[in-house]
Structure formats: C-alpha cells, structure tokens
Design a protein around this ligand. Sequence first.
Ligand SMILES: [Fe+2]
Ligand SMILES: [Fe+2]
Length: 185
Amino acid sequence: MERVELCTVEELMAALYACRGAWDTPDRSGDPVDLHDHALQTAALLRRSRPSDKELQVAGLVHDLGHLLSPGDDAGHADRAAEAVRGLLGERVARLVRLHVPAKRYLAAVEPGRGLSAQSSLTLGAQGGPMTAREVASFEADPLAEDAVTLRQADDAGKVVGLDAGSMEDWRAVVELVAQGVPVR
Ligand SMILES: [Fe+2]
Ligand SMILES: [Fe+2]
C-alpha cells in the first residue's frame, strides 16, 4: 500500500481539515462522530488531563489520520498514521499514535469490563483481541505505556455526538511548536 507522509504543518492541517465528513468506516457504520470531531474531542480531553504535554495532545489530535489516509484498514490505521507524522512531529508523537491500538488491546486485557464503543469492540478482534499476559508485560515495560493509556482513554471518551470541542485552527500553533521540536512537555 502506498505510504503517505505529511511533511509540513500545512499538509498536516489540511489532512485534519479533510477529516470533516470522513469516518472511521467508509460506510459510516462505525463510531458516531466524524474523524474531525473525534480528533478535536480527543485532543481537548488530553489538554485538560495533561495541560503541559503538547506532544501527547497533538498525538491525540492526529491519532486516527490512518482512517483518512487508508480507508477501511482498521488493523493498520495506527501504524499508517504514525508513519505519516513521524518526520514532522517526531518519534515520541509517532510512537504514541502507533500505540493507541496496542493500548486498547492492553486495556481490554487488564480491564475486561471497561466500556468500549460498539465499533471499538468490533474492531478489537481484527486488531488482535485482548493482549496475552506476555504482551501485557512487554507493553508495561514501555516507557510510553502510561501516556499511551492516557491517550487511549481520551480516544474512547472523545466520541460524543454534538459536543463542541473547539476549532481545528486553534491547534495550528501547538502543532507548529511540536513540529519545531521545542520541548513541550
Ligand atoms: Fe484508532
Ligand atoms: Fe480514535
């Protein structure tokens, strides 16, 4: 499959704007908010819980761009988005983006009763199901595990129809800071 890289802040913002009216499933059978609102809600929740960690917030903003770049590829969408932003936003943001699916599989293993959206439950199987005990241990050994779980919790909560989470333009300056590699956490 073709590799897509978002090389400039302008290209990244254009992709985020293109999420308006784009969905996690091409037939709209999935989550009830479009990728644009989901990105804004996820990032806003992280801004509230981790106000100083701009990288984590931006990771939340871009985490599902894989659905836009490669529609229908649930299993690969996290890797796709991570590849697309690594050069621009750096390794930590890319890893946090990539980890949003493993973090779901992790939480499904350690908190099996946790509520997921119907669509997230459906795709969990295609993404490998709950982690095995060995996978859990390896995930917990990752220095980014806790941040990845925080992102995942915001991801799961950021699916509220009609909730106004601000404007995409408000994020441009934050994205620029992260892209410049200014220490922002
Ligand atoms: Fe996702
Ligand atoms: Fe998501």
